[in-house]
Ligand binder design. Structure first.
Ligand SMILES: Nc1ncnc2c1ncn2[C@@H]1O[C@H](COP(=O)(O)OP(=O)(O)OP(=O)(O)O)[C@@H](O)[C@H]1O
Ligand SMILES: [Mg+2]
Length: 301
């Protein structure tokens, strides 16, 4: 095995390292991350908003002691922002200096005049790097096509210079919220893992990790309530991020257990669509609170 892979002998070892860096993965995700390291293949993570896709990459970088290089994708993202740009100001100065005869007319389109953006930086790094290409579904088709060379050969071709190959293969993680379907060509170059919402036990653990001091009972009731919400036909089901925010809010208000009044007052931490508030109110809230408390009591005793 090469590079990063040797750091972890097993999935369990990687899982322990991620936990030590405040990320509690389900076994499937830990296995996918382990394989991405072991066979040095990019990993595409998909899942609903707030399930921990971006954080998985950050935690992996921390666990490896690697630098995280993040490329946030958006519509219109181009090579100049993602890969490299020519340093025109420097080229201009150089042309002037060459005209005055103070420097030689060195190659103007050489490495010295290149500004590295995240992808080139990752490929050119001799230190261990985790490259996070975040929300690739927001980028245009052209950019996705451009990525194919990077993902399959870990190299970038710059017409004026030639092909630059990775000095050391970065660990590449891509995330997508599936606002559009990605192309098969890109998927073929990646391992794939769909991050699901965590189990109740795991979500309680995450809340307790992220909301210092929160009581186990409140963490369990909040997680159980959110779990029930996810079963409803909502415009946007809450992610782990919302459960954490909500538990934080409840704990800040001095709440030790759920009741319908406090839930109604704080539901804005969990639901972000007006239609969802319309659906979850009055009797429904009371019913969900009852159910959540019963589920939590069974789960944590
Ligand atoms: N397994 C986990 N262990 C610890 N914390 C987690 C876990 N999953 C999610 N979180 C927490 O939830 C928050 C949201 O996670 P993250 O931002 O990675 O979600 P995402 O899937 O990238 O969402 P989006 O699609 O909106 O970008 C993070 O700040 C992190 O604290
Ligand atoms: Mg994200």
């Amino acid at each position: 095995m090469l590079n990063n892979a040797i750091r972890f002998q097993s999935v369990e070892e990687l899982e322990r390292a991620l936990r030590a860096h405040s990320y509690l993965p389900q076994r499937g995700l830990a296995t996918a991350l382990f394989l991405a390291l072991a066979i040095e293949k990019p990993l595409l993570l998909e899942g609903e908003a707030g399930v921990g896709k971006t954080e998985a990459a950050k935690a992996l970088a921390r666990s490896l002691g690697a630098r995280l290089i993040r490329l946030q994708c958006y519509e219109g993202l181009d090579v100049g922002h993602a890969v490299y740009e020519w340093n025109y100001a420097r080229q201009l100065l150089h042309i002037r200096a060459a005209q005055e005869g103070s420097v030689s007319d060195e190659e103007l389109f050489g490495p010295d005049f290149l500004i590295s953006r995240p992808l080139l930086e990752a490929i050119g790094s001799s230190d261990p790097v985790v490259l996070l290409i975040d929300e690739i579904d927001r980028a245009d088709d052209e950019f996705e096509a451009f990525l194919l060379e990077v993902l399959s050969d870990f190299q970038i071709t710059i017409p004026e210079i030639g092909t630059i190959s990775a000095r050391r293969r970065p660990t590449v993680l891509l995330t997508s919220n599936r606002t559009r379907e990605l192309h098969d060509a890109l998927k073929r170059r990646c391992l794939f893992h769909w991050i699901t919402h965590p189990t109740l036990e795991r979500e309680v653990e995450i809340v307790r990790l992220r909301v210092p001091g929160v009581s186990e009972r409140l963490a369990a009731e909040a997680a159980a309530f959110v779990g029930r919400l996810r079963e409803l036909d909502l415009a946007k089901g809450p992610g782990v991020a919302e459960t954490i925010d909500w538990a934080n809010a409840l704990w800040a208000l001095g709440c030790v257990e759920l009741d319908a009044t406090i839930v109604e007052q704080t539901l804005g931490s969990v639901l972000k669509h007006y239609e969802d508030f319309e659906l979850v109110r009055d009797d429904t809230v009371m019913e969900l609170v009852r159910e959540a408390r019963a589920i939590a009591a069974t789960a944590v005793g």
